[in-house]
Design a protein around this ligand. Sequence first.
Ligand SMILES: Cc1cc2nc3c(=O)[nH]c(=O)nc-3n(C[C@H](O)[C@H](O)[C@H](O)COP(=O)(O)OP(=O)(O)OC[C@H]3O[C@@H](n4cnc5c(N)ncnc54)[C@H](O)[C@@H]3O)c2cc1C
Length: 393
Amino acid sequence: MPDYDVSAALDTDYYAAFEDLPAEDRAHWDRARAFSDEALPRMNEYWDRAEYPLHLVKRMGELNLLADGIGVPGLEPMSPLAAGLVNMEISRCDGSLGTVVAVQGGLALRSIAFHGSEEQKERWLGPLARGEELGSFALTEPDHGSDSVSLETTARRDGDEWVLDGEKKWIGNGASGGITVVWARDEEGSVRGFLVPQDTPGYEAEVIEGKGSLRAIHQARIRLQGARIPAENVLPGAKTFKDTSKVLVATRLGVAWSALGHATAAYEAAVTYAGQRVQFGKPLAKFQLVQDRLSQMLAELTSMQLHCVHLARLDAEGRMRPTQASMAKYHNTRKARFIASTARDLLGGNGILLENHVVRHMMDIESIHTYEGTESVQALLIGRDVTGVGAFA
Ligand SMILES: Cc1cc2nc3c(=O)[nH]c(=O)nc-3n(C[C@H](O)[C@H](O)[C@H](O)COP(=O)(O)OP(=O)(O)OC[C@H]3O[C@@H](n4cnc5c(N)ncnc54)[C@H](O)[C@@H]3O)c2cc1C
């Protein structure tokens, strides 16, 4: 048994940002909370063993927690705010599970919803949203991360088939069975999306071992060697890299919400711990320096909440600009890092124990700080917007 129990949700909402939520949005959040309560007790174990709990992916699908705000026939619709709250809540529980939502719903499902044919949508949206099939999104390559626009994977038309060759790295769900949306360059040089079943001959994937972050989800390194797929597996709506970017932009705000979930878990653990841990004859909470650190964390957490809630409103009104989502991601993953490391420090030695959760969140934030565009890439996008000058290369 742990010496301290710091895992309880405190529902921190200092500026009442989540008061008066519409009942439908609150219902989605409540469902995500019930799932988190169910999943949390075993997440440290999965993380420690680097085990991907696929049954929890299925469970999230059963509870309609995977769709990330995308309308899927037969499933209760989710507003941008509800999708954000779900992202936040699942990441408050665990970052690997939050990343499942980002990959399965945010990227794979969204690619098909945005760019798929009616038949592709009919075939894939329901099963992916319900967690009956696994989906992945393969853009990054070993030699092209931030400059994924320069991807080298090729797609060659051969009669009724496309033939894919190349390598991908870091692909969530890429070696877990299911379907991979592979982004590749056709013979005209255009980037297009292809639905590649993972049992396609020539699709070889191995799980990346030795991660110190997001240890309870598997990412893959993929080799495509003459992988042949039928012509109808191309996404007809994705014709250039701009179409790929549309998917990424839409999921960027989700990452900001995930960062908020991680930071909430870390801050709340620190508050609880400060009330329980006694040093020099009194609880840590009674020391002025500790109160200052809690105030700093709360101020940052509150600013993160405001970024998310305000942008969810703009998104719902169809007014969110891509660089605003960049700004939310840029701000929130930075602040989440600060909050998690401050909380870790406030827990002293106990802060590095998985049983107190903070160190798992702290490590997991490192991945979300990097994926879907690093901090520097977001800064470059914002910088280009405000100056009118691109400074990427
Ligand atoms: C856990 C995890 C899961 C992921 N899941 C997926 C997935 O499912 N699908 C997928 O396609 N990809 C995925 N990715 C890949 C992710 O999107 C890339 O890691 C990310 O885009 C950064 O690329 P990179 O790691 O190659 O870093 P690099 O691009 O090599 O960057 C290294 C450093 O250089 C900086 N840098 C790069 N260019 C510039 C510049 N022009 N100016 C200033 N600084 C610069 C970066 O900010 C960074 O700090 C995942 C990554 C991780 C870690």
